[in-house]
Write a protein that binds this ligand. Structure first.
Ligand SMILES: Cc1cc2nc3c(=O)[nH]c(=O)nc-3n(C[C@H](O)[C@H](O)[C@H](O)COP(=O)(O)OP(=O)(O)OC[C@H]3O[C@@H](n4cnc5c(N)ncnc54)[C@H](O)[C@@H]3O)c2cc1C
Length: 538
């Protein structure tokens, strides 16, 4: 019998014992207290906190149980498999690109291939309607999440600056900031300094010193390809192994196709597909943590006579108010080599343009990330998103080493007409494929224009020559927004669905607004708060 400490020892193959081989002999075949759908950022935190509190927990994950030592490759193309690659249909004026840029698949979810930029939301993010007259207020405030932000940062030893100039949290972070920073980040900070724009070394869920049996980052630079040395946090290597140590069971390669209700209209478990066969997992409470596209899709697919519009959907808002961040990439060319592939991709950022400044002509704002990048994705994005082909494309790729990049992570305002729903087309499980529709609004477009101009100013102040812009988006959120009014939201402030008392929806889909910074710390803080609520309600 292993004790819990065995599961926190890293760099050996502690995952193999838990790859599901025999579903007939699974641990909680006759029922568990809690079934969590999806083992990503939120699902991992929930599994850890709830199993630690003594609940019997089953986590059902569509993708594989990755082993960093054998499954992660220092190869851009090979690592595409870490993302959700099933076909999703996309429409709208600014149709979203899915695949590698949007969600994970497999234990760890998006945390396996995320960049590790770890930011809190600001106080204003939770009340944009009250403060700026745009978007919607959340049913919670920054202060409700603050203790959970603290906890998550401590739990995974976030590295960051001693002083963080923006928002309510001013540091220090549990672990010191990363040093040295990449050449791209040095270029960014030089440009900011010359223009009087504040910048810092980025807070990262990547170790700057040893922690929990894991080594500090060696700046190998393949963060988005899965971190083989385990220096970057993911729920795959942190929360999930510990949850297993507390008794949780993880069923990987198992696609949940429906949430099932009993005669009283309460959740009784989920149906899932493994290797072409259907299985049922009984549970007293179901939590859906399948991310901003798959969560609404699963709810909409789980129709029954009592809920013909899908589960938790009496408001008609499941799938509505889908959010993303503007993710425009601004490139400039330098005389000296920058080598964008080197080191942790984001090592410096600025939030000087995060809060509303009416003189700019739009509400809300953005984070600027000095953002490294790899050559295959650059070539693809140049051709597909920027429409640069032929000799122009060849020349840029030939001079790849001389480009620097800034990415604008900008707040997109919530819009009822941005949504995910079910299409007419079905996948191999017989579930209708997701169809997402997305268009930027006027405020979003003004913000993008401002961010692009500001990034060019910074790069030019650092002696670069403005080169090209690749339009992009990042980080999906929303689709099951939280709120107090059951007619205007899908879940309450603890992510409990308004319609079904033992059905929780807890992941990025619960976001009301997108904030102007990378979202995963907020996803995890919300999950930790939801777990505490479930524990308190026991
Ligand atoms: C390239 C990239 C870089 C990023 N970088 C950053 C960053 O630097 N900082 C930051 O804050 N955020 C970043 N993000 C965003 C981050 O990954 C997400 O915000 C976060 O993972 C969302 O957490 P989640 O729990 O909602 O979903 P996920 O982490 O995506 O987890 C959902 C899980 O559910 C599983 N699932 C889905 N449907 C089913 C089903 N029907 N049955 C069973 N399982 C299912 C999926 O396989 C997945 O494992 C990045 C994202 C990408 C794509």
């Amino acid at each position: 019998m292993k004790n819990n400490n065995d599961y926190v020892t890293h760099n050996h193959d502690h995952y193999k014992d838990h790859r599901q081989r025999d579903l007939a002999n699974r641990k909680y075949k006759d029922g568990a207290d809690i079934c969590i759908v999806g083992a990503g950022a939120a699902g991992g935190v929930l599994a850890y906190e709830l199993s630690k509190a003594g609940f019997s927990v089953v986590v059902i994950e569509a993708g594989p149980f990755w082993n960093p030592q054998t499954d992660f490759a220092s190869d851009e193309l090979a690592a595409q498999s870490l993302a959700w690659q099933d076909t999703r249909l996309s429409t709208g004026k600014d149709a979203l690109t899915f695949g590698h840029n949007n969600s994970g698949r497999g234990v760890g979810g998006g945390t396996v291939h995320f960049t590790g930029v770890f930011l809190r939301f600001h106080e204003s993010d939770f009340k944009t309607k009250t403060i700026d007259g745009v978007g919607e207020d959340w049913p919670i405030e920054y202060q409700d999440l603050a203790p959970y932000y603290d906890k998550i940062e401590r739990d995974i030893a976030v590295s960051g600056p001693k002083e963080f100039p923006w928002g309510s949290f001013h540091g220090p972070y549990p672990y010191p900031e990363r040093n040295p920073i990449s050449a791209n980040s040095q270029v960014f900070r030089k440009g900011c300094d010359r223009l009087g724009i504040k910048s810092v070394v980025a807070p990262l869920a990547i170790l700057s010193a040893p922690f929990d049996g894991r080594p500090p980052c060696i700046s190998r630079g393949f963060c988005n390809q899965g971190c083989m040395p385990n220096s970057k946090f993911s729920t795959l290597i942190h929360h999930i192994p510990k949850a297993i140590g507390y008794g949780a069971e993880v069923l990987s390669d198992c696609m949940v196709t429906r949430i099932e209700l009993d005669d009283q209209g309460k959740a009784k478990g989920v149906t899932f597909n493994h290797d072409g066969k259907e299985h049922f997992q009984k549970a007293k409470l179901v939590i859906v943590s399948a991310f901003a596209v798959e969560t609404p899709r699963l709810l909409l697919n789980s129709t029954c006579s009592k809920f013909p519009q899908g589960l938790a959907n009496s408001s008609g808002l499941v799938g509505r108010y889908l959010l993303t961040h503007t993710g425009h990439d601004i490139y400039a060319k330098f005389d000296d080599e920058v080598r964008l592939y080197k080191g942790t991709p984001v090592m410096a950022l600025s939030q000087d343009f995060y809060e509303t400044d009416r003189s700019r002509g739009f509400a809300r704002g953005y984070t600027m990330n000095a953002h490294g990048g790899r050559p295959v994705s650059l070539a693809k994005n140049l051709a597909v998103s920027a429409g640069i082909w032929g000799s122009d494309l060849y020349e840029i790729m030939r001079d790849y080493n001389f480009y620097a990049r800034i990415t604008i992570v900008g707040e997109v305002l919530p819009d009822y007409n941005n949504f995910v729903t079910l299409s007419e087309e079905k996948d191999e499980y017989g579930i209708p494929r997701a169809l997402a529709s997305f268009s930027y609004g006027d405020n979003d477009n003004k913000m993008i224009a401002h961010g692009v101009a500001k990034a060019n100013e910074i790069l030019e102040a650092a002696d670069g020559k403005a080169a090209f812009v690749i339009p992009d988006s990042a980080h999906l959120m929303g689709g099951c927004r939280m709120g107090r009014d059951p007619a205007a939201s899908v879940v309450d402030e603890f992510c409990r669905s308004h319609d079904i008392s033992n059905l929780y929806i807890c992941d990025a889909s619960a976001f009301v607004t997108s904030g102007g910074g990378n979202p995963t710390e907020t996803v995890m803080a919300i999950a930790a708060r939801t777990a505490q609520h479930i524990i308190n309600s026991r």
